[in-house]
Design a protein around this ligand. Structure first.
Ligand SMILES: Cc1cc2nc3c(=O)[nH]c(=O)nc-3n(C[C@H](O)[C@H](O)[C@H](O)COP(=O)(O)OP(=O)(O)OC[C@H]3O[C@@H](n4cnc5c(N)ncnc54)[C@H](O)[C@@H]3O)c2cc1C
Length: 422
């Protein structure tokens, strides 16, 4: 592997056969996450493909000319021509391997695979998930000098990392962009010396054996495992939903309702969380319209009675959203009347979706800890699950309130308990 500058580009890349270039920057968490993977790939593929690094800030003109607008970006060249399309951000080993293999013959790939040596690493604690819960557990375990690895298929931060503004995390008088809080928390945990294996593929998890395989090749064995894999909001998969997520469509009233003082809001859903959150939103908004697919709300009776007494809330029964658009600052929800099939547009200042979350347990192997009826892991007050030496923390556990503060509290409890046991 070689570091080059723009002046070497013609010789090393345009006349250089098969080449992969890592455009990296300093103070760039995803670049740091990529570096060890790029090194490992260079060792494996280095005889057939040239691995180069270019410092983006020092070679801005070249980067712009090649369309590189974020760090890290990997570009692939064959005989002077760019191939395979670029990849950037939280890059996984499997994504790099797929593109490198596309540049080789099947015999070359077989020979390279035969050279791959499985890696086994031993830790005291493996944390699955790098959201606020996992990062806090990592911080405490690192400070207690316990050999810990934090594993995440994405970059660290969890939901916090993609939340626009967090105004309820103690210690900051001004609302913080979620990605900054995620950055502070992950840097603080990293400084304690724990290992981060992020943007990896989780190949398998065996909670009974305490064994996790990542990127098909690396086996991580630990004395204890902490599950901090969080949840995923159910989505409607309606056109525009992913485009306007966080930019007009929200999944958290505690977090975002305060931005809708005297505004009009659309709420999608009709169960407990939709009704309770709609009631909460009326503390701020002037009008809330609930879109519900059935002819009756499915929330508990107390919540329904409170809703009926609340003049700010209207319910459109037997309607379903079909798509979302934004005109200026106004969100347009296209809704279908399920009885008449009439399609109409509903204008509001923002949309909240409360059609449930699912817990991220599907990649945790065959034997899972005991869970409640909704798939959330049951723990005791020390965050222990029904499987010995397996802990669970944060949004994945059965609990009433899911916030960053409650996630960091769970992480603290699990880590202190483990520190006393090891
Ligand atoms: C849109 C939105 C806005 C929010 N805003 C606020 C707010 O303003 N204030 C507030 O206090 N709370 C807010 N919340 C709630 C808060 O973000 C969560 O309560 C908190 O992030 C939970 O932390 P966690 O670490 O348990 O899980 P998460 O933050 O969900 O992190 C889980 C991590 O686990 C990883 N993971 C998933 N599967 C696996 C696997 N198989 N193996 C390893 N890792 C895995 C994920 O990639 C992720 O990084 C918001 C939630 C949402 C949805």
């Amino acid at each position: 592997m070689k570091e080059i500058n723009a002046v070497d580009f013609e010789k090393e890349v345009l006349n250089g056969g098969k080449v992969v270039i890592d455009f990296y920057s300093t103070e760039c968490a995803p670049c740091e996450a990529l570096a060890p993977k790029f090194d490992a790939m260079a060792e494996l593929y280095g005889e057939k493909i040239k691995f180069l690094k270019i410092f983006r800030q020092g070679n801005r003109e070249l980067a712009t000319e090649l369309g590189v607008s974020s760090s890290p970006t990997l570009l692939f060249f064959e005989n002077g021509k760019q191939v395979s399309g670029s990849i950037n951000g939280g890059i996984k080993k499997s994504e790099i391997r797929e593109r490198l293999d596309a540049m080789l013959t099947s015999e070359e790939i077989t020979a390279i695979k035969a050279n791959q040596k499985p890696i086994v690493s031993e830790y005291d604690v493996a944390i699955l998930g790098g959201g606020p819960a996992g990062l806090t557990a990592g911080l405490y375990l690192g400070q207690a000098k316990i050999k810990t690895v934090l594993i995440d298929p994405a970059l660290p931060g969890g939901y916090m990392g993609i939340t626009h503004q967090v105004s309820n995390y103690p210690g900051f008088t001004e609302a913080q962009p979620g990605f900054m809080l995620a950055h502070y928390m992950s840097e603080q945990a990293k400084q304690t010396g724990i290992d981060f294996k992020v943007a990896v593929d989780i190949t398998s998890v065996d909670l009974l054996k305490k064994e996790i395989v990542i990127d098909e090749l690396e086996t991580i064995r630990a004395k204890k495992i902490i599950i901090a894999t969080g949840t995923t909001p159910n989505t409607m998969n309606a056109p525009g939903e992913s485009e306007f997520k966080g930019k007009g469509i929200s999944y958290c009233a505690t977090c975002d309702a305060k931005y809708f003082v005297d505004k009009e809001v659309t709420v999608i859903g009709g169960g407990n969380s939709a009704v309770e959150e709609a009631l909460f939103i009326t503390k701020f908004a002037s009008k809330v319209t609930i879109i519900h697919q059935f002819d009756k709300l499915t929330a508990n009776q107390t919540a329904i009675e409170q809703l009926q007494d609340n003049e700010k809330i209207t319910v459109m029964y037997e309607h379903e959203p079909r798509g979302f658009e934004k005109r200026g600052n106004i969100m347009i929800t296209t809704i279908e009347d399920l009885k008449t099939k009439e399609v109409k547009e509903l204008e509001s200042d923002g949309v909240f979706v409360f059609i449930g979350f699912k817990s991220n347990v599907s990649d945790l192997g065959e034997t899972l800890p005991d869970m409640n009826n909704w798939g959330y892991i049951l723990t005791d007050e020390d965050m222990k699950t029904s499987i010995p030496d397996v802990f669970a923390i944060g949004d994945i556990i059965s609990k009433k309130y899911r916030q960053i503060t409650t996630a960091v509290a769970d992480g603290t409890i699990a880590a202190i308990t483990i520190s006393k046991e090891l």
